[in-house]
Write a protein that binds this ligand. Structure first.
Ligand SMILES: *Cc1c(COP(=O)(O)O)cnc(C)c1O
Length: 354
């Protein structure tokens, strides 16, 4: 079965085999070697300087890393502005509410790109805002939000940017040079590891002012202990094995740029093929990520019919979220997916729609 959902992904055989390495006690040096390698390799993906940045690992899915980032990096006296144009932006608002973090929301329809004029006005109207949170790739619709434009707004106002990069890290461009204080992401999306390990790439200067609102996901403590080759709790050792192997594979394949190019070729082939079959992509390619794209359901075929028909042919596709499920479906090109697989997928679509 090939997974075309946005994580967990279809594993390469090499990453799958890496799960079968020796049992490890997480208090032994072998585990800390593994943890150190994962942290160093995560920094290397975007060429980050370990003196300025830390990769902080945790056991949990992508949401754990997002929650850890938000709970720690808005200081006690800080205020967060959340840019919301999909399910994952809404999730950050729920996290901020849960931790009673002072926040404002610039809410958009799920179909809209972030409205930069409204965001600028919101920042100018409330100088108490210290941080902006945004989803880089809003997986709800496949839209790639314009990180550079938001970064410029933040930079001009000395506000820090907190990025949910869960479905973009490792495959899309991220400029760490500007106002970004942290990016949260996970092992089992564009990095091609297994679920269970997630992480926050954080500026060390931001950690110095970190709040401690949560116990298990306390980013400051996790960073401190990991810097000392330590860990507060039992990590998902096997997920770390897989993450390290996946990061070695990513490097050998040419890093994030090569992964971007590979995904782009697969996504463009899928887009052209589906359009020819009467299922246009929701966005033009320049507004889409290369990671996942949303398509209009064909006339006369429901999502369950399409899903079940493709599953019988060996492919798992993904429904539209919430109210979009009657109009859209989604195809992700993350994981060990090859051009041949996309060709076979298109043949499956053709058989089901004609
Ligand atoms: C997948 C995803 C998450 C986290 O989901 P988990 O199920 O917790 O791994 C968060 N943000 C975005 C943008 C995602 O695509």
């Amino acid at each position: 079965m090939l997974l075309l959902n946005p994580g967990p992904v279809t594993l390469s055989e090499r990453v799958r085999q890496s799960l079968l390495q020796p049992d490890l006690c997480h208090r032994e040096s072998e585990f800390f070697d593994l943890q150190d390698e994962a942290r160093a390799r995560l920094l290397d993906i975007y060429g980050l300087d370990p003196a300025e940045w830390a990769a902080v690992l945790m056991t949990g899915s992508g949401t754990a890393a997002v929650e850890s980032m938000i709970a720690a990096l808005v200081p006690e006296q800080g205020k967060l502005l959340i840019v919301q144009n999909g399910v994952y932006g809404e999730r950050i608002t729920q996290i901020a509410t849960q931790y009673r973090i002072a926040h404002e929301v610039v809410a958009h329809d799920w179909m809209q790109a972030p409205d930069l004029a409204r965001i600028a006005a919101a920042l100018d109207a409330d100088r108490a805002i210290t941080h902006v949170a945004v989803i880089h790739h809003e997986t709800t619709t496949g839209r790639l939000n314009d990180l550079q434009a938001l970064d410029a707004l933040c930079r001009a106002r000395d506000v820090r940017l907190l990025v949910d990069g869960v479905s973009s890290f490792g495959a899309e461009a991220i400029d760490f040079g500007g106002s970004i204080a942290a990016v949260a992401a996970t092992a089992n999306k564009c990095l091609h590891g297994v679920p269970g390990a997630s992480f926050v790439m954080v500026r060390r200067s931001a950690l110095e002012q970190a709040a401690s609102r949560t116990y298990y996901l306390d980013l400051g403590r996790l960073a401190r202990l990991q810097d000392q080759r330590n860990t507060p709790f039992t990590p998902s050792v096997h997920a770390y094995y897989a993450l390290v192997e996946a990061l070695r594979e990513l490097e050998e394949e040419g890093g994030w740029r090569a992964r971007h190019a590979r995904y782009a070729a697969l996504a463009e082939r899928a887009r052209a093929g589906l359009e020819a079959l009467g299922m246009p992509a929701l966005w033009p390619s320049d507004q889409s990520s290369v990671v996942l794209r949303a398509y209009r359901l064909p006339a006369g075929l429901s999502y369950p019919q399409l899903h079940d028909g493709l599953k019988a042919r060996g492919f798992v596709i993904y429904a539209g979220q919430g109210g979009l499920s009657a109009e859209l479906f989604r195809i992700s090109t993350m994981g060990n997916i090859k051009m041949d697989d996309i060709e076979r997928l298109l043949q499956g679509f053709k058989a089901l729609t004609q």
